[in-house]
Design a protein around this ligand. Sequence first.
Ligand code: B1M
Length: 218
Amino acid sequence: MTMEDVFQKIATSLYEGEDKEVAGLVQQALDNGIPPQEILSAGLIVGMDRVGKDFKTGVLFVPEVLRTARAMNAGMGVLRPLLVQSGSGFSSDKCLIGTVKGDLHDIGKNLVKMLLEGSGFEMVDLGTDVSPEAFVAAIRKHQPKLLALSAMLTTTMVFMKTIIEAVTTAGLRDSVKVMIGGAPVTADFAAQIGADAYAPDAASAVDVARTLVGLGKK
Ligand code: B1M
């Protein structure tokens, strides 16, 4: 089987929501020496993109998409220890991460979290559907250097602005850098709402985060 076939198989099993099969195929690919980042981008994410297209056009519905999300998590569970490799000589800066209010998408956020963790950040994950008040309370409690906000819906990305305003009103804005991301988010939007930076994907989120806390790119 060629590497292309392996990626196709992973993408198809993910599309079909076969969580055990996805985990097994990902493990097999690793055993065959395929790098974890490639399995993620050429297999799992390709499958998820297919899901996205068919979800949009009404070929797939929520219950099916939830199964694909479970399969994605099963695959990421296998990749996780390899993506999260400690000992990168990174300081232990804290990063608070969450998906904004009204938004339940967490696969992208979890991926960003995983890679930031892998580059040494101490992650505090508030989960999904997180209110501005909860973000403010968590900043007070954990005193992170970085606040990472994820949104996947055009209807929820606006809460990123509300969160930044709440952090400012609480007098905490100078204590924390704000990075935002998620499918509908852009660099222009980040500038518009007063975020410090935007990252288009999980890999670049690591570089952006490192730059924001004063470290160079990896
Ligand atoms: Co939803 N959904 N969904 N969904 N869903 C999208 C986002 C959508 C684009 C599908 C579509 O129509 N094509 C569409 C949004 C349209 C829009 O607003 N523009 C949509 C919709 C409409 C909805 C509902 C409203 C559907 C409904 O009920 N009628 C509903 C909303 C629920 C809610 O949140 N309140 C809904 C529900 C769901 C499920 C629950 C079924 C499920 C989520 C399961 C879960 O996350 N646990 C789901 C899924 C799986 C998707 C798609 C298919 C896949 C999302 C995903 O995980 N992608 C998605 C279509 C698509 O994106 N292809 C879709 C894989 C992931 C690795 O990528 O999340 O983009 P992504 O993350 C990337 C980058 O964006 C970036 O890095 C990540 C990795 O590289 N990134 C950051 C993300 N956060 C970042 C933060 C950063 C930096 C980078 O810094 C802090």
